[in-house]
Design a protein around this ligand. Sequence first.
Ligand code: ARG
Ligand code: ZN
Length: 847
Amino acid sequence: TTQYLKDWQPYPFELLETRLEFDLSATATRVRSALRFRRRAPGPLILDGAGLRTLSIRIDGNDLDRSLISHADETLSIPEALIPEGEFTFFAEVEISPEENTALEGLYLSGGIFCTQCEAEGFRHITWYPDRPDVMAPFHVRIRSEKPVILSNGNPVTRQQGFAEWHDPWPKPSYLFALVAGDLVAITDHFTTRSGRGVELNVWVRPGDQDRAGFAMESLKNSMKWDEEVYGREYDLDVFNLVAVDDFNMGAMENKGLNIFNSKLVLASAETATDGDYERIEGVIGHEYFHNWTGNRITCRDWFQLCLKEGLTVFRDQQFTSDMRSAAVKRISDVQTLRARQFREDQGPLAHPPRPDHYQEINNFYTATVYEKGAEVIGMLKRLVGEDGYRKALDLYFDRHDGQACTIEDWLQVFEDATGRDLTQFSRWYTDAGTPRLTMTEAWQDGRLTLGFTQSTQPTPGQSEKPARVIPIAVGLIGPNGDEVQATTVLEMTEPAQEFTFDGLGARPVVSLLRGFSAPVTVEREISAREQALLLAHDTDAYARWQAGHDLALDALVALTEGRDAGPHLSQALGGLLEDAERDPAFASLCLALPGEEEIAGTIAARGGVPDPDAIHAARGQLIRDLATTHETRLAELFDSMQTDGPYRPDAAGAASRSLRLAALSYLSRLDDGARAQALSDSASNMTERLGALEQLVALGKDERALREFADEFGKNRLVMDKWFMVQPMRTAPTGAVQRANALAQRSDFDWKNPNRFRALIAGLGANHAAFHGKDGSGYDFLAKWLIRLDPVNPQTTARMCSAFETWRQYDADRQAHARAALERIASVPGLSRNTSEMVSRILGGK
Ligand code: ARG
Ligand code: ZN
């Protein structure tokens, strides 16, 4: 059944206090609950519950009949007549089996550790409850367990062998509840807040993993400090606990005072984690910590408002990473991810607005649109109202809404009230799906440059009308000699078509368009390769510079794919860039990373063509080889000079050198038959270079020894072996990839019920563009087979991975027929989960 935003009604009862008692056991955990309510409006008391063995239910002293439970609806409805006036307490005792909970939703076991995941609707798998985010209460939790460490939200009241009691004074919705019990050890530290509160910080891991938890702790302290300095937000409890578990559907969860993490986002050492892993750990630790204010103190009224907390918290974690590392690099890589994931979503059958108005399964809406586009919308808002306006609006938001469950309307209202700006038109960014296409034309006369813009958005499923939006277009002008003749200025477009002029210019400049990627739109303009090269060489805006090079490369790749010539400009421009690559190794490596096959395919499709995955794969390989041949000497020099000496440090500078080194390697490997990659694989003392080398060897098919030695060395380390499982399906030459993936799936250490391991192998193949979209349909069949197998075990992870198919309609008729058959096979499985059937039917049904 479909849920609609327009149907939201306030809950007719106030929940004054929640008391829970757990007797933990793997197969028969008892949960006793006491919920103190007060009536606010007429109506029955409706509670949610799923898969519970209900032992008793009562109100005050009166037993309730079990016939009030509807298993089909997963609700318990207590009619008004059975509910006393004023305050009353609902009691329940239920039994659940964490061990059988393979869906990893609610209370489950991960490697012997009891843990929970309640967002979005997991709490109903623990006990009867008004499981919706606008019902908030303080929690009092008592837990009996033989496990040595027992944790829940808030502050500890009692900690002793076999028993613990926790109290969380901050009213919260059920989705923020958490419980952990296990054989865990902590690394411990302290933080003193700006106003003097002492906070005990613990990062809990399995014994033996402590030496890989230090970076997580540093990141946590940096996050706490940053939120005080930049947003004026302080922590509000005496302890902050963070736990790493191996089985987790997503990245991490912001449960109040007890964040639970996928262990891959906590554990890191030079030998086991890449620079990219370190950066993600820092970013996600920040993200979950920042939720304490944007998500927990101020939460969402309903799940349609998910981007209220996620868009804002992603925006905040992006700011944090920019401040901790390089702002330019962060912006460029965020834009790359947005394009690869969100634009793709917006242009296909799964398109939805950042604030959807209906869904069947909310877990299917933890998407790039809600998260990343949600963050972009806030970035635009900030650009429009300025630094000061943004700060004022945020202060007002925290002031006005602390302790509340809010909507996007509340959010926009604080900006209107703080800045006096009318945001009616702007609000379309939240309600309308699709990526606007911006076109620009130029007219030049007597020192006057006129820019003509038009905007249009294609229809998306369920939304045919797309009125004009407010688009902040940041532009600058670069003179023919490369000097900037107009600094960044923001043009505010509000109409379907609009002109802006620049006067008093000496010579005709080149427009540096959409600086800083000031709006999530696609751009169409006439620009010559020579002008792109000028921007790549001289633009003062790092993003626009990178974009110019990226466009140049994309045009060359499309030309080659379609059998035309790539032209000389890309190679010349890269030559210029390589010249002084040492000055900014991070930027150079971003430019050297040519657009991927998936992006080339999407570009060809957007231009009205039908992408041929094999031709794209061949063209990209050819271009890399040609560029490598032309620039071999300089690339070899950089490969040698970009070695980082001394002990490994996971900082931005070290990461930049290593990424340039590996970018050079990816070219050189096409010429040296893997000699450098093999040598690096043998000598590397950090995982960044070790894995970078392995990727090249796998792509060349010269990987036997490297893979064997890697497995010998890291066989016992799950996180590192996930990399081993992923690099093979993802990087193997397309013709052999499916076969290899099938062989890997036979291994006894392919523990497919673990989401990380499943994703490594199955999504790894999905990310091998030419293999997944192989002509014979074997890539589609491989995914379908595994999604069908995983669905009854773990619907959430299955449903998320269906998005591998979302671009299926852009390929040729044969491939479409294969993809459709695979999707229909999934759809026809009896008892398919609600999660997966919603995804498959949208993918099959949408435009
Ligand atoms: N709120 C979490 C985060 O973004 C995501 C958890 C979502 N989990 C889920 N099963 N839908 O930090
Ligand atoms: Zn989040």
